[in-house]
Write a protein that binds this ligand. Sequence first.
Ligand SMILES: [Fe+2]
Length: 233
Amino acid sequence: MFDCHCHILPGIDDGSKNVEMSLAMLDLEVRQGVEGIIFTPHFYADMNSPSTFLRRRENAVRELEANLSRLPQVPDYILGAEVHYFRGMSRSDGIESLCIGNSNYILIEMPFRNWQPQFIDEIEEISDVLGLRVIIAHIERYLDQDKKLVKRLLDNPNLLIQCNAEFFIERTQRNAISLMKTGRIDLLGSDSHNLSSRRPNLADAVQIMQKKDKKRALDHIERVSRRIFEAAM
Ligand SMILES: [Fe+2]
């Protein structure tokens, strides 16, 4: 099991507040059977340049790593970012440096305001012109956007689609299962921010998928996750 979206690094965004919380979150991940984690702190272009963000991320990782020996078991981890959409991002300097590890996969959070066709154009340019493999973060949050635009994303075979575990756990479970049936869920994430309201919860989602007999879909998610980890190392 791989957690491809989380805010476990300490003190860098609205996720884990300190090393203690990060360690407890990591411990919870391991107990749930998570073997690999992509750390994806929020990146907002209007708050940080990529280089400032990377420096801050490095500091957070160093602080965490200095304490990892306190855990009985540490999962594999790689560094990424949850890059919030901004206009012109496909032509902005340093966007490649926000990819996951050494790979060309990049996790992008779409805007929450009403989608315009230009948003999708921009994503397609990141993929087609820059040659980056775009992962759309928590697609379930956008399913009430303009259906045609959502379909454009889902129909684009070059894009990967990530869902949060809560999509399967909450009342939206039926929608999650029907999206899963289309074979369009490539990656799962806990999007965990803390130990209370948004805690690591991947195992609960996987359990529900197993109960619904979605082994093929789970195998696909596992395969894609491993591919990213291998490319990122
Ligand atoms: Fe997130």
